[in-house]
Each structure stands twice: as C-alpha cells, then as structure tokens.
Design a protein around this ligand. Structure first.
Ligand code: PLP
Length: 405
C-alpha cells in the first residue's frame, strides 16, 4: 500500500491552490510532476558539480561524467537491457523515434519496402514513418483498432510480408489508455524476422518494463513522463542494430578520429550522442528512477489500477457521458465527452474549478477521425492522485453539465 499523503508532500506543485481551489492535476499523460528530491538534487548539481562531460580531465568534469554514465546504468537496470551500451540518451520519445526512422531507414529501407504502424499511434510514431516512406518511396501499412480501442490483431499476419522492414507500435495508447499486447505482437513479427519498435511513452511510468523479456528490438520513452525533466529521453536498441545503423547526427563527442577528408565514429552509445547532450537531464532521469524504485513500480501499478476502476465506475454512471477507449487492459487514462458539450468548454470549466485535464486530439488525430469526433477530455492519473481527486473530477463534470443544461 502506498502512503499517498506522504508521497504528495514530495511533489510541491500539487500542494497549491489554482483558481482558489485545491489543485487536482489529471494531466499526467502530457507530463508528470517532479519530486522535490529531484528538484533539489538538480539545483545542487548546478550549484556544486556542473561541468561538461567526457572531455575534461578536471575534477568536476569527471564527476559530471560519472553521474551521467551512472544514469545510463540506472536506465539499463530499470528496463533490464542486456548492456549499458544499448541505452542511448536522446531528447525524448519523438527524438528517439526520429533517430530510428532516419538511421534504421538509411540502412535497411529501400524503395518498395514496407513499415507497419497501428492506427492508434501518437503522431510521434506516425509522422516520422510517413516521412521515411516518402523519402525512400516505401509504403506504410496500418494495423487497425476496433470501437473499444483494441488492436485487431487477427489482421496483423496478413500485413506482414517479405517487404516488411519494421513494425512500430505503441505499448499504451495516450488517448484511449489501451495497453496493447506487445509481447504477442513482437512474437508474431519475429516469426517473419521483422524487428519491432515499442513506443513506451505511456507505459514506462505505469508498469514494469523488461526489454529482454519482451524481446523488442527498440524501446523508446521520455523522461518528463516518468517524473524527470523535459528534454531527456531514451532509445533502447539491441546491439546488433546499433552496430549497423549509421549515426543520426554528426558532431563532437561521437567521433573516433577526424581528418579533413574522413571521420571514423565511436561505438554505440556515443555514436548516437553527438554534441553536448542533456547530461543534467540524464542525471535527473536517474534520480526519478531512484524515486520510482523506492515507491515500487508494482505498488504504483496497483494504486493506479484502483484509481482507474473507481473513476471508470463513477464516470460511467454520469448521464450523457461517453468514454472513448473501453479496452479490457488499460492504464489510468480516461477519455470522455459530455453530450452536446464541446471538450474545450468542459476543460475550461474544470480548470476554473482547479482541475487540470487535457482536451483536444491528444496528437492522435486518426483516432479522433475513427470515432468521428474532434477531440476528447482526457483525465490521466499518476500514483500521487487520490480517490478524492476522482471525486473532485466527478463533481466538476456534474457542474459542467449543470451549467449547460
Ligand atoms: N508517444 C506517445 C504514446 C505519447 O503519449 C507521447 C507524448 O504524449 C509521445 C510519443 C511523444 O513524446 P514526447 O513529446 O515526449 O517526445
């Protein structure tokens, strides 16, 4: 059992009034709040330690480097990668996917080849593949989902053929909350030797991730969605791909030897980390992982599933409220609409009541097109949310209804 009251003290941003009301933050799918342990440690880092990594002989540079590489080891352990060198620090999920789309695309994708994505992808796991297909004259194939927001897995085998070069799919839908059966998807793809990229932007903070057990070829996520800072993210890739993929960007810190004519590169991970990287962000990500490990990812998952159950029960009985995304396996994310009330209006009124939700298409316009809506209201929960937060949301929704009736 989590001591939520104690946990909430670690997140100072939650303990304030917004529009005169106790703040209820239900926009965790967009970004998560940061524990004071991380905020203080990062401030201390700038006060006492800051120095650029990898290129100094002096004391603080060595210390910075140690903390940066220490963070890589923490990420490796957290997702159970086989090797530290399989962890590349990036700017975030979007950056990681663009890196793969470029580097993997350069190496393995040619005219006439095919990439598979699902119809529920965040634009970050769709647009880079569309761009690659345009560049290489390749074809994007789409795995559909049904009205509950579940992938139509029976259609997957027919999409895979000898031209398929990669399958990229989200672990958890950010707009519907669906937890996709990625292990099964990976097994199916691997039967035809098709590598699989898992977009973990919405799963890493909610459940234990073991990339070796999943056997995924690529796994990506963002630091800011897992209680760390913005501008830091992770690309996990199996070593065999990292060895073969060309660098995404050129510059300092990724080179072995440079002459005016030719450059040789370092091995992964450095080959993919050109320039001054966000070493403070990486350090912070390591601290966020420490925090999660202290709370326990299993405890987080249990509490969030209880919140999901409670919130779904409470919201389902509100007349005129439709939930979008009713899959059997979900994270604590609820997308909904109130009959005849625009999602934007609902979000604005909830805000006046001190409740933060997200409205719009959530960067998944094809999902909205499928349901023939322009957007939803999305309440996305984290482990620091309480049952009282759910009650406040319900009260707020009833108020919105009342105002429009
Ligand atoms: N993929 C999913 C499923 C997401 O939810 C998000 C962000 O909301 C992204 C990718 C993009 O993440 P970022 O904006 O941190 O790069």
């Amino acid at each position: 059992m989590l001591n939520i009251e104690k946990i909430r003290k670690d997140f100072p941003i939650l303990n304030q009034k917004i529009n005169g009301k106790d703040y209820v933050y239900l926009d965790n799918g967009a970004t998560t709040q940061k524990p004071v342990q991380l905020i203080d440690a990062v401030a201390d880092f700038y006060r006492n330690t800051n120095s650029n990594i990898h290129r100094g002989v002096h004391h603080l540079s060595n210390l910075s480097t140690k903390l940066y590489e220490g963070a890589r080891a923490k990420v490796q352990k957290f997702i159970n990668a086989e090797k530290e060198s399989e962890i590349i620090f990036t700017k975030g999920t979007t950056d990681s996917i663009n890196l793969i789309a470029f580097s993997f695309g350069e190496k393995y994708v040619s005219e006439g080849d095919e990439i598979i994505v699902s119809a529920m992808e965040h634009h970050s796991n769709l647009v880079p593949w569309q761009m690659l297909c345009e560049r290489k004259k390749a074809r994007l194939r789409i795995l559909p989902f049904d009205k509950n927001g579940e992938l139509e897995l029976d259609k997957l085998p027919a999409l895979i053929n000898e031209k398929t070069k990669l399958l990229a799919v989200t672990h958890v839908s950010n707009s519907l909350g669906t937890v996709n059966p990625v292990k099964e998807i990976i097994e199916t793809a691997h039967q035809s030797n098709v590598p699989v990229l898992i977009d973990g932007a919405q799963s890493i903070q909610h459940q234990k991730i073991d990339v070796q057990a999943l056997d995924c070829d690529f796994f990506v996520f963002s630091g800011h969605k897992i209680y760390a800072e913005t501008g830091i993210g992770v690309l996990y890739a199996k070593e065999k791909y990292l060895n073969e993929m060309p660098p995404y960007q050129g510059g300092g810190d990724m080179v072995d030897h440079v002459t005016l004519e030719k450059t040789t590169y370092l091995d992964a991970p450095f080959k993919f980390e050109a320039g001054t990287v966000n070493y403070v962000g990486a350090y912070g990500l390591g601290l966020a992982i420490d925090y999660i490990n202290t709370v326990g990812i299993e405890n987080i998952a249990t509490h969030e599933q209880e919140l999901l159950k409670y919130a779904t029960e409470k919201l389902s009985v509100i007349e005129g409220l439709t939930i979008y995304g009713t899959a059997k396996h979900k994270t604590a994310t609820i997308s909904f609409l109130l009959k005849n009330i625009h999602h934007y209006d609902t979000g604005m009124i909830l805000d006046k009541l001190g409740i933060a939700v997200r409205t719009g298409s959530h960067c998944t316009q094809p999902v909205m097109d499928f349901f023939e809506i322009s957007g939803t209201v999305r309440a996305s929960f984290a482990f620091y949310n309480t049952f009282a937060d759910v009650d406040r949301l319900v009260e707020g929704i009833l108020k919105v209804k009342q105002m429009f009736e």
